[in-house]
Design a protein around this ligand. Structure first.
Ligand code: 5GP
Length: 121
């Protein structure tokens, strides 16, 4: 894997609004937010999709959820509720091939998440 835009953010080659960093993960605000709060939490390890996870990555991916819960508490939306999403593959909407956990909060979020148009497909 040659690296995506998220590698550039990790390496501080392009700016991002970083809200958390530790030895294995980074969290920053999405450039095109779909809710008042829209964070992306990534592992520093470059893993293209969920399908590319190795057995040894299980704890690392669990760590992303731990960071989500920590930020939700710190940023004050834990009790109100939030959505976590990890898209896998193009038809699921994945556009950056470095796994990332979306964290959305700050408004009521509809469920199910698909549109009528998608239902007919
Ligand atoms: P995906 O579609 O792969 O699930 O999510 C990729 C997300 O990355 C999108 O929500 C998109 O707005 C966000 N994104 C793409 N490029 C950048 C960037 O350069 N900076 C930031 N902060 N977010 C980005």
């Amino acid at each position: 894997m040659s690296g995506t835009i998220f590698t550039k953010i990790m390496n501080r080659e392009i700016p991002a609004d970083i809200v958390h960093e530790d030895d294995v993960s980074l969290a920053f605000r999405d450039i095109n937010p779909q809710a008042p709060v829209h964070l992306l939490i990534i592992p520093k390890k470059e893993i293209a999709t969920i399908n590319d996870m190795e057995e040894g990555d299980r704890e690392l991916v669990g760590h992303l959820y731990w960071v989500a819960a920590k930020l939700a508490k710190e940023m004050g939306f834990a009790d109100e509720g939030y959505r976590t999403v990890m898209n896998c593959g193009e038809s699921a909407g994945q556009s950056v091939f470095h796994i990332h956990l979306h964290v959305l909060a700050g408004k009521p979020l509809g469920w199910p998440p698909y549109t009528d148009k998608m239902k007919q497909a």
